[in-house]
Design a protein. Structure first.
Length: 252
């Protein structure tokens, strides 16, 4: 906590050498927990991505979750994913690296994934009573040890910098950045965050295929809507907005 420059985020920090998943742990206590509670694990045994995918979380990485209690309708939850991606990208950029954001939840350096975001809400509720924002960052990890299929598309801060990062300082910056964005989220129009996000976007203007459990849409990414959905212009000229899904860049 020494050196942590926040007032809301990180007043309570749960630290573990190893945990199944910081998001799972945070979810268990979210109802009772104070807003801004942080869960950090040095490594995770069952780090989770979206839709049952996994997140490689060996020692040396940054795996953390923050419990937020914004008073927003459920269909605004995707905004927090974008907000968190922006905070992570800004923190990584402060190290001098050219981090860009791939919709909806990846931070890339030179086309390789260095960070993933997993936001989870209690979908039973129409109003969000708590939301868990999970952030995984390959800090000082060796991505060559990841399984094939993952390692080709992954990178780490250490690899890009050529030297280890100080993870304590990094996490302090990250939590500070999240708090600043969250204050903006609560006090300003979402367009304030969105325009910053779009400046760092790797996705707008690219040809993409968006896959959701129910459909697949191919076209050009032309923008992000006020709720955080991606707008895709399809070949037949239609504009389709998708609030969630997997985004793959289409080769042309
Ligand atoms: C994500 O999912 O990118 C969200 C990852 C969130 C991890 C954090 S760590 C703290 C918190 N606690 C948790 O249990 N989770 C959160 P998704 O967009 O579904 O991407 C998952 C895919 O990324 C996998 O299927 C792999 O292809 C790839 N991948 C897995 N581990 C990776 C890593 N360490 N670096 C880069 N790519 C990885």
């Amino acid at each position: 906590k020494d050196g942590l420059n926040t007032t809301l985020i990180g007043n309570n920090i749960f630290y573990f050498a190893e945990l199944e998943s910081t998001n799972s742990f945070a979810k268990e206590m979210a109802k009772e927990a104070e807003e801004g509670t942080v869960v950090i694990a040095e490594s995770q045994k069952k780090g989770r991505g979206r839709l049952g995918r996994n997140w490689q979380s060996p020692k040396g990485g940054v795996n953390l979750s923050v419990i937020l209690k914004p008073n927003i309708p459920l269909d605004h939850a995707a905004r927090l994913t974008l907000m968190t991606g922006l905070a992570a990208a800004n923190t990584i950029r402060s190290l001098g690296l050219d981090a860009r954001i791939k919709w909806p939840n990846d931070v890339l350096i030179k086309d390789k994934k260095v960070c993933g975001i997993l936001t989870e809400v209690d979908a039973e509720m129409e109003q969000v009573d708590y939301i868990i924002i999970g952030i995984g960052i390959n800090a000082n990890v060796n991505v060559d040890d990841f399984p094939p299929g993952i390692r080709e598309n992954a990178t780490s801060l250490q690899k890009e910098l050529g030297t280890e990062v100080n993870r304590v300082e990094f996490v302090q910056k990250l939590l500070y950045e999240i708090e600043q964005q969250y204050i903006k989220f609560k006090t300003q129009e979402f367009s304030a965050i969105l325009s910053e996000w779009i400046n760092l976007s790797d996705t707008i203007g690219k040809n993409v295929t968006i896959m959701t459990p129910s459909k697949m849409v191919e076209g050009k990414a032309i923008g992000i809507t006020d709720t955080g959905a991606i707008s895709v212009r399809t070949k037949d000229g239609k504009r389709v907005n998708l609030i969630a899904g997997r985004c793959v860049y289409t080769r042309t």
